[in-house]
Write a protein that binds this ligand. Structure first.
Ligand SMILES: [Zn+2]
Length: 200
């Protein structure tokens, strides 16, 4: 199926304004919104070729240009950075290769290390106080430089379960700055116990 065919099929499934039906999960407790007054956006047609992401098609890469900023932990091939300011969650960080690589570009060494680091970070964040689950996300629609993001869901906040966590995150008050820094530092030190260096 071509993207155009995919789109035509989706529009046939939508209403006269190209609005798709509400998702089934709008009936679940994890959906952040009440349905009253809420409607889906009209589905836009495909844009092909897609515009270049940050760091591709000759555009400068923000990740490469700022790789050393806010680094919590690093080794010769990877850096773990915070987001520079508190999130609405107890923990958030991004794991990036030092080299300008996307997920599919990783060689065997990078790929194996990514797996091990993902497990270590998950373990270290789960060991922080008050964590219910660690969510690991890779989207990459904005930037071409691989950034695997880790978000901690607070324990017991069951509405924050699942893929809507980033939406809830934006609505929640910012986590205290000192506790944000302390959590990042704790995770960085736990990682450094297995290799690499904790900064700060
Ligand atoms: Zn880059």
């Amino acid at each position: 199926m071509t993207p155009e065919e995919f789109y035509a099929r989706a529009v046939a499934h939508a209403d006269g304004e190209r609005r798709l039906p509400m998702p089934a999960q709008s009936m679940w407790e994890i959906f952040p919104f009440e349905l009253d007054g809420l409607r889906t956006k009209p589905l836009d047609p495909p844009v092909l070729p897609e515009p270049p992401r940050n760091g591709e098609g000759g555009t400068p890469c923000r990740a490469c240009d700022h790789l050393d900023e806010g680094v919590a932990w690093s080794d010769e091939r990877w850096v773990l950075t915070g987001f520079g300011e508190p999130l609405g969650l107890p923990f958030g960080a991004a794991l990036m290769p030092r080299a300008h690589l996307d997920l599919g570009d990783l060689d065997e060494v990078h790929a194996a290390e990514l797996g091990m680091l993902t497990v270590r970070i998950d373990r270290a964040v789960n060991a922080l106080d008050g964590i219910g689950r660690v969510h690991v996300n890779k989207w990459g629609d904005g930037g071409a430089h691989l950034h695997l993001m880790f978000f901690a869901r607070p324990a017991g906040l069951l509405q924050l379960r699942g893929s809507n966590l980033p939406l809830w995150e934006e609505m929640l008050p910012r986590f205290p700055e000192e506790e944000t820094a302390a959590n990042l530092r704790t995770v960085a030190r736990a990682l450094a116990a297995d290799g690499g260096v904790a900064h700060g």
